[in-house]
Design a protein around this ligand. Structure first.
Ligand SMILES: [Zn+2]
Length: 293
C-alpha cells in the first residue's frame, strides 16, 4: 500500500530531453489541375535556422512571412508545370531549428488532369519567319534568367488585378498549331484583345526586371513581384517604363500592340512561379491564398 501511495504522489519533473519544436504544413488548395498554382504554408513552434521545400524532384525556396499571432510562418507559391503527370505528389518541408534539431513534415498534393484544347492560328506571310524554334529558345533563355530570380523580399500584399479591361481571346494551355500544323507550342499565358494603344497596367507592385524588343515575343515587359513571382506582358506596341523601375499595382507600363508572333492587337499576359508558367486566371480571380489563417 505504501509503495502504491508513493507511486501516485511522486512528483513529475519535466523531461528536459523532450523537444518541443514541431512543424505544421498546409497546402491551399490541396487539389489542383496541371498548370495551376498553390500555396504551401509551414509553421514552426520555435525559430528556425534553415528551411527548404522538396517537391517535384527539386528543392524550392520557402520564405518567412509576418503573422500577428504566429511568429514562425513560412510561405511558398508553387506551380504545376504544363506536361506534368496527374497523380499524388509529396510536398516535404525540411528544417533545422536554432538548437540544431532537424525536423521534417510532408503533405500530399493531388494533381488532376486538365484537358487543353487545340487552336489553329494563321500568321500573315511576313511573320512566318518568326516561327523559329531556335529563335524562341534563345529568347526563352533570356526570359528564364529573369524568372529564375528568387527574391527574398515580396513586393505585393494584395491580389493581382487585370492589366487591361478586355475579353479573354485565348486561354492558358492551348496546344497551338500555326499555319496548318507546321509548328506547334503550348500557350503559356492568356490573350486579352483590345485596340492598339490601349493602356496596359501593372497587375501588382514590383520591380521591372526586363524591357526588351524580341523578334518572337515582340515588345515585352517582365515585373518581378518577389518570392519567385514574375508577371509577363508581351506583343506590346509601346513601353511606358524602364528596366529597373519600381511600379505600383495599376500603374501604366505600356500600350497594346501586335509585335512579334501576333496576328492582331492584344496583350499576352503570363505569370511565372519560380520559372514555371502557370494559368494567370487563378491570380487574376483572387483564387491564390496569400495569407495564413
Ligand atoms: Zn498569348
Amino acid at each position: 500500500m505504501i509503495s502504491f501511495c508513493l507511486f501516485v504522489f511522486s512528483p513529475v519533473f519535466a523531461d528536459s530531453t523532450i523537444k518541443t519544436n514541431y512543424l505544421k504544413i498546409s497546402l491551399s488548395p490541396a487539389t489542383v489541375k496541371v498548370g495551376q498554382s498553390f500555396t504551401v504554408f509551414v509553421e514552426s513552434a520555435n525559430q528556425l535556422k534553415s528551411i527548404h521545400l522538396r517537391c517535384f524532384g527539386s528543392q524550392q525556396t520557402i520564405y518567412k512571412i509576418w503573422h500577428k499571432d504566429h511568429p514562425h510562418v513560412y510561405r511558398a507559391f508553387l506551380g504545376v508545370a504544363l506536361g506534368s503527370k496527374p497523380g499524388t505528389y509529396k510536398i516535404e518541408a525540411e528544417a533545422v531549428d536554432t538548437d540544431g534539431e532537424s525536423l521534417s513534415i510532408h503533405e500530399s498534393l493531388q494533381v488532376e488532369k486538365t484537358i487543353f484544347g487545340v487552336q489553329s492560328i494563321q500568321l500573315p506571310k511576313r511573320k512566318r519567319s518568326l516561327l523559329n524554334a531556335k529563335q524562341l529558345q534563345e529568347e526563352g533563355k533570356i526570359l528564364g534568367s529573369k524568372m529564375e530570380i528568387r527574391d527574398n523580399r515580396v513586393y505585393f500584399s494584395s491580389h493581382f488585378s487585370l492589366p487591361v479591361k478586355s475579353r479573354i481571346s485565348s486561354t492558358f494551355g492551348l496546344r497551338r498549331q500555326y499555319n496548318d500544323g507546321q509548328f506547334s507550342s503550348y500557350h503559356k499565358g492568356i490573350d486579352m484583345a483590345n485596340g492598339k494603344g490601349t493602356i496596359v497596367k501593372a497587375a501588382n507592385g514590383g520591380k521591372v526586371s526586363l524591357v526588351a524588343s524580341m523578334k518572337s515575343n515582340g515588345k515585352i515587359i517582365l515585373i518581378n513581384h518577389g518570392h519567385g513571382i514574375t508577371s509577363i506582358y508581351s506583343h506590346l506596341g509601346e513601353f511606358l517604363v524602364k528596366e529597373g523601375e519600381w511600379v505600383k499595382k495599376g500603374q501604366a507600363i505600356g500600350k497594346i500592340g501586335s509585335t512579334g508572333i501576333s496576328n492582331g492587337p492584344h496583350l499576352h499576359f503570363g505569370i511565372s512561379v519560380n520559372d514555371v508558367r502557370v494559368d494567370p486566371q487563378q491570380w487574376l480571380n483572387s483564387q491564390i491564398t496569400l495569407y495564413y489563417d
